[in-house]
Design a protein around this ligand. Structure first.
Ligand code: C5P
Length: 224
């Protein structure tokens, strides 16, 4: 069974996915982290992403593995564990939509997702196009959102923990721009499918949300 979780940037998708994964004792893949890992490698190698030949060469020799342990998804690129402070840095956050828009990158990440799903009985896959493109037949589809100011405040706290000082306005702008790029791209845009259940995390704690999702899953499965 695939549980597809999509939604806006910093809406709490990862937190909800991880908590649900621990509750259901199943694997979770945060596909944003995979796109971030690809973007980070391109930045590190200074790859000109307009040079598709070079991009293809780099992807052909890139090996990405995910591991879900102690409620966290770990990403290994070419055998090296990726640090979340690098993956979630402002630099990678601003660059990742430009990389995620490329069909060759999406195909690369999609194959990782299919591999993972084929090897799991129950899996939670979280991202932007999971319920619409990657797993359109997912049994459960959730769309997670929250108002922009709440999302930016959460992101700001993450940045503070990394020792980075940004203003709330700067982070609101970063998230808004990223969402617009993700929503308005031609390939795999962020959309809310008509069969997705919307969860607004603005004023709800994780425990309440997980209880609601658990009830939704039980009801959906009992109607099958
Ligand atoms: O979820 P997260 O904010 O880490 O995602 C980072 C970026 O990766 C998104 O803004 C988007 O550009 C890209 N992404 C995507 N498709 C997914 C997941 C993430 O394009 N399924």
């Amino acid at each position: 069974m695939v549980i597809a979780i999509d939604g806006t940037s910093s809406s709490g998708k990862s937190t909800v996915s991880r908590a649900l994964g621990s509750h259901l004792k199943c694997k979770v893949i945060g596909t944003g982290s995979i796109y971030r890992a690809v973007a980070s490698k391109m930045l590190y190698l200074n790859v000109d992403i307009k040079n598709l030949e070079h991009l293809k060469q780099v992807l052909d020799t890139t090996n990405i593995k995910t591991e879900f342990k102690d409620g966290k998804t770990k990403i290994y690129v070419d055998g090296v564990l990726q640090e979340s402070k690098v993956l979630n840095s402002h630099e990678v956050s601003v660059f990742v939509p430009k990389v995620a828009i490329l069909p060759i990158v999406r195909a690369f990440v999609k194959s990782i997702q299919y591999n993972e799903a084929n090897n799991s009985d129950v899996i939670i896959v979280e991202g932007r196009d999971i319920g619409s493109v990657v797993f359109p037949n997912a049994e459960i589809k959730l769309y997670i959102d929250a108002d922009l100011k709440t999302r930016a405040s959460r992101r700001l706290e993450d940045y503070k923990r990394q020792g980075k000082n940004y203003t709330l306005e700067q982070v609101m702008q970063e998230l808004d721009e990223r969402d617009n790029q993700d929503r308005n791209r031609a390939i795999s845009p962020l959309i809310m499918t008509s069969d997705a259940i919307i969860i607004d995390t603005s004023n709800q704690d994780v425990i309440t949300i997980i209880k609601k999702i658990d009830a939704i899953i039980k009801e959906k499965l009992s109607n099958k």
